[in-house]
Write a protein that binds this ligand. Structure first.
Ligand code: SF4
Ligand code: SF4
Ligand code: SF4
Length: 243
């Protein structure tokens, strides 16, 4: 039986999630032995229009991005969004809080109107095409990446957690960041990372995006308990979860 052909692509991003794949080192060789990697700009010079699985990093932020993503989608049987930029728009969506022309002037100054610097409202991949699976995080968790690829190779549907980060955080017996007068997004953000941020003394910044059906009432109760408001919570969501 022929191996599945995999192609890896990127749009607007820092390529940090692809780096997480490269960082798997020996383990990636096992995975690569089970598939044919036919295109991966970060790691090889070959290119191919024929692939079964497309792994796509980055968000859609330029006029030409949408068409390119649609072509990738039309060629792939399975499309996987890799990392927060791709799954939720991530930090790139902060741009959407401002007037696009002002953003361009701020970043590019007198060159802002040059045609190759045209920009659009940032979108996650699923806002443009159908996405089959999402590997969350900024950056992704290498273990989760391996698990998703293994499941797909075995014909299984990858299981992505549908409960909030607080579950993993409490299992680690961390003192809640709210006790330190911080606003942590753990109650409404999707688990699967193992709560590394609260475990290291940081609040959760929300890089894995909102959990399915977030318990808004419970989040409100937490805010009230600590004399905070829902607006305080929303402000903390701007970094990774802007609209
Ligand atoms: S999700 Fe984070 S690490 Fe991954 S490409 Fe985007 S900015 Fe970089
Ligand atoms: S709010 Fe944050 S620190 Fe508190 S339990 Fe949830 S994830 Fe942990
Ligand atoms: S704890 Fe929050 S910010 Fe940290 S990796 Fe997990 S989802 Fe991302």
């Amino acid at each position: 039986m022929s191996k599945p052909r995999v192609a890896i692509f990127d749009f607007a991003c820092c390529e940090g999630c692809q780096l997480q794949i490269v960082n798997l080192e020996e383990e990636i060789i096992d995975l690569v032995g089970a598939v044919d990697v036919v295109e991966w700009r970060e790691a090889m010079s070959e290119q191919s229009h024929e692939y079964d699985i497309a792994i796509v990093e980055g968000s859609i932020t330029r006029p030409e991005d949408e068409h390119r993503l649609q072509i990738i989608r039309s060629r792939a049987k399975i499309l996987i969004a890799l990392g927060a930029c791709a799954t939720i728009g991530g930090v790139n969506k902060m741009k959407n809080n401002f007037d696009l022309n002002e953003v361009k002037r701020c970043v590019y100054g007198k060159d802002a109107e040059m045609p190759h610097l045209a920009t659009t409202t940032t979108r996650a991949l699923h806002e443009v095409v159908d996405v089959d699976f999402k590997i969350h995080g900024c950056p992704i968790n290498g273990e989760e990446f391996k698990q998703v690829v293994r499941d797909l190779l075995l014909g299984k549907k990858p299981v992505i957690p549908t409960y909030p980060v607080c579950v993993e955080c409490k299992a680690k017996e961390n003192v809640c960041r709210y006790e330190y007068d911080e606003i942590c997004l753990g109650p409404i953000i999707r688990a699967g990372c193992g709560a590394p941020c609260p475990s290291a003394g940081w609040r959760c910044f929300g890089c894995r995006g909102l959990v399915d059906n977030p318990n808004v009432d419970a989040a409100k109760e937490v805010m009230e308990k600590y004399n905070l408001t829902v607006d305080d919570l929303k402000q903390k969501m701007v970094l990774f979860n802007s609209k």
